[in-house]
Design a binder for this molecule. Sequence first.
Ligand SMILES: Nc1nc2c(ncn2[C@@H]2O[C@H](COP(=O)(O)OP(=O)(O)OP(=O)(O)O)[C@@H](O)[C@H]2O)c(=O)[nH]1
Length: 336
Amino acid sequence: MTLHKSDKLRSLERRRGSTPLPLAHQRRRQSAALQQRACPPDGLDPGRAAAAGARGPSGGGGGGGGVPARSSAASASAGEHRSSWSSESADSVLSGGSTEAAGAVYRVLLLGDAGVGKSSLACVLAGSEDAMGSDWEADLEDTYERTVSVDGNEATVVILDTWDQDESAWFREQSLQLGDAFLLVFSVTERSSLDRAAELGSLVRRARPHPRTAALILVGNKSDLARSREVSVEEGRAVALLLDCKFIETSVPLHHNAEELLHGAVRQVRLRRSGRGGSAGPAEAVPGGARDGDASGAAGARRPSLGERARRLLGRFGRLSSVRAKSKSCHDLSVP
Ligand SMILES: Nc1nc2c(ncn2[C@@H]2O[C@H](COP(=O)(O)OP(=O)(O)OP(=O)(O)O)[C@@H](O)[C@H]2O)c(=O)[nH]1
């Protein structure tokens, strides 16, 4: 059976390369692409349609992107669809040895509060030398593609800066199904943005309950602004610990850790596709339950945000070596 790929994926086939290539200027176009994938061709199982989309240009790799058919009624089963085809893909990856097919596609979605530097970071991750230069805003796009070599294997990374809190719930839900890796970006100069990143992390965990299907990396941006810093490295680590995810600090003007982040995201997705990463179950993934840290969560008494809990954790256990040792591994984006 011939699978109908979305316009966007067809576009990716034509436009592979190592320079940042704009794929979409308007969110509406993306929304249309998402819609198309949400309505697979007649007779095609939605999970398979998503898997087909996820295999992308090379037909290899899989395991990651693709959007299972989704409506409010379908959303309950979407997680099952996703984990079933994801593990299938992971098997096929394993059957080829420890490496994926050349050019496997990795969709990396940036999430975070307004103004934390998502667009600037996306631009740098896409390979721009001049993010924040005199004319950098004119070059900003919301989707980039870049081909990089990570540990000797080629990876096609699609960087999506499409998150918009004001978009419809449907669009946001689709976006959360789209990513293979999620960068939870906050600004180290704004404490509230850490809380927001933690909330978004919880949102991803709820949308993608099995940690094997989505890699999360907490990103403390603007690390160059030392004098305005409100969030310490330790606080970032503690939140990452609670979210069971990786943590890294970046600076756009200094290009600090940009390549490490991009390569780390690929490695984290590869670990999941090979069945070695994200081993924690859904309940483990967000300590205390998936609703923790979600401001829109349970009615009734307000639960402390993950940021607040991280600060308490630091206060109580900051000096304990086990916590320190665990939080140290948050920094290593090449291990599970
Ligand atoms: N000093 C410093 N400034 C940064 C850094 N990253 C981004 N900025 C600046 O922060 C401001 C906001 O950056 P954006 O990239 O527009 O942030 P955003 O998260 O995409 O914002 P929204 O589009 O509103 O969601 C801009 O003025 C950037 O120049 C950084 O690492 N260091």
